[in-house]
Write a protein that binds this ligand. Structure first.
Ligand SMILES: [Zn+2]
Length: 95
Protein backbone atom coordinates (compact mmCIF):
# COMPACT_ATOMS: atom_id res chain seq x y z
CA UNK A 1 0.00 0.00 0.00
CA UNK A 2 1.37 3.37 -1.01
CA UNK A 3 -1.06 5.49 0.91
CA UNK A 4 0.57 6.70 4.11
CA UNK A 5 -1.33 5.77 7.20
CA UNK A 6 -2.79 8.89 8.73
CA UNK A 7 -3.30 8.11 12.37
CA UNK A 8 -5.01 11.40 13.13
CA UNK A 9 -7.58 10.91 10.43
CA UNK A 10 -8.45 7.47 11.74
CA UNK A 11 -9.21 8.85 15.16
CA UNK A 12 -11.59 11.54 14.04
CA UNK A 13 -15.03 10.43 12.96
CA UNK A 14 -16.78 12.36 10.21
CA UNK A 15 -20.32 11.34 10.98
CA UNK A 16 -22.35 12.07 14.07
CA UNK A 17 -23.91 9.57 16.45
CA UNK A 18 -27.31 10.87 15.39
CA UNK A 19 -26.64 8.99 12.17
CA UNK A 20 -27.44 11.75 9.69
CA UNK A 21 -25.23 14.69 10.56
CA UNK A 22 -21.80 15.46 9.21
CA UNK A 23 -19.13 16.70 11.56
CA UNK A 24 -17.20 19.84 10.83
CA UNK A 25 -14.44 21.57 12.72
CA UNK A 26 -15.33 24.53 14.86
CA UNK A 27 -15.01 26.01 18.28
CA UNK A 28 -17.28 25.64 21.23
CA UNK A 29 -17.63 26.87 24.75
CA UNK A 30 -16.98 24.19 27.31
CA UNK A 31 -18.76 24.59 30.65
CA UNK A 32 -18.05 22.43 33.65
CA UNK A 33 -18.59 22.53 37.38
CA UNK A 34 -15.54 22.54 39.61
CA UNK A 35 -15.80 22.58 43.40
CA UNK A 36 -19.30 24.02 43.25
CA UNK A 37 -18.07 26.78 40.94
CA UNK A 38 -18.45 27.00 37.22
CA UNK A 39 -15.55 27.07 34.80
CA UNK A 40 -16.17 28.22 31.25
CA UNK A 41 -13.47 27.48 28.70
CA UNK A 42 -13.87 29.35 25.45
CA UNK A 43 -12.49 28.58 22.01
CA UNK A 44 -12.31 24.85 22.49
CA UNK A 45 -11.66 23.12 19.16
CA UNK A 46 -14.35 20.53 18.53
CA UNK A 47 -16.11 18.62 15.82
CA UNK A 48 -19.66 19.76 15.55
CA UNK A 49 -22.65 18.12 13.93
CA UNK A 50 -24.43 20.19 11.31
CA UNK A 51 -27.80 18.70 12.18
CA UNK A 52 -28.03 18.22 15.91
CA UNK A 53 -26.01 20.31 18.34
CA UNK A 54 -23.72 17.48 19.36
CA UNK A 55 -20.08 18.45 19.68
CA UNK A 56 -17.12 16.10 19.97
CA UNK A 57 -13.94 17.23 21.61
CA UNK A 58 -10.70 16.24 19.97
CA UNK A 59 -8.42 14.10 22.16
CA UNK A 60 -5.92 16.98 22.33
CA UNK A 61 -8.64 19.40 23.47
CA UNK A 62 -9.80 16.94 26.16
CA UNK A 63 -6.28 16.71 27.49
CA UNK A 64 -5.90 20.48 27.64
CA UNK A 65 -9.28 20.81 29.35
CA UNK A 66 -8.31 18.21 31.97
CA UNK A 67 -5.19 20.21 32.70
CA UNK A 68 -7.08 23.49 32.98
CA UNK A 69 -9.74 21.99 35.24
CA UNK A 70 -7.00 20.66 37.51
CA UNK A 71 -5.26 24.03 37.61
CA UNK A 72 -8.56 25.74 38.34
CA UNK A 73 -9.34 23.31 41.16
CA UNK A 74 -5.96 24.00 42.71
CA UNK A 75 -6.25 27.74 42.30
CA UNK A 76 -3.46 27.93 39.73
CA UNK A 77 -5.57 29.11 36.83
CA UNK A 78 -6.17 32.80 36.38
CA UNK A 79 -9.79 32.95 35.32
CA UNK A 80 -11.91 35.98 34.64
CA UNK A 81 -14.89 36.08 37.02
CA UNK A 82 -18.22 35.90 35.26
CA UNK A 83 -21.78 36.26 36.42
CA UNK A 84 -23.55 32.95 36.80
CA UNK A 85 -27.07 31.98 37.74
CA UNK A 86 -28.48 28.72 38.95
CA UNK A 87 -32.09 27.67 38.87
CA UNK A 88 -34.00 24.48 39.33
CA UNK A 89 -36.45 23.30 36.77
CA UNK A 90 -39.84 22.93 38.38
CA UNK A 91 -42.14 20.72 36.39
CA UNK A 92 -45.85 21.26 36.71
CA UNK A 93 -47.53 18.26 38.23
CA UNK A 94 -49.27 16.12 35.72
CA UNK A 95 -53.02 16.56 35.90
ZN1 LIG B 1 -25.80 14.87 14.96
Amino acid sequence: MDRPYDEKKELIPDTCNCGRGRLHRGFKEYVTKVNGGVLVIKNVPALMCDLCDEAYLTPEASREIDKMVNDFREGRLLAKPIAAGEVELKMKEAA
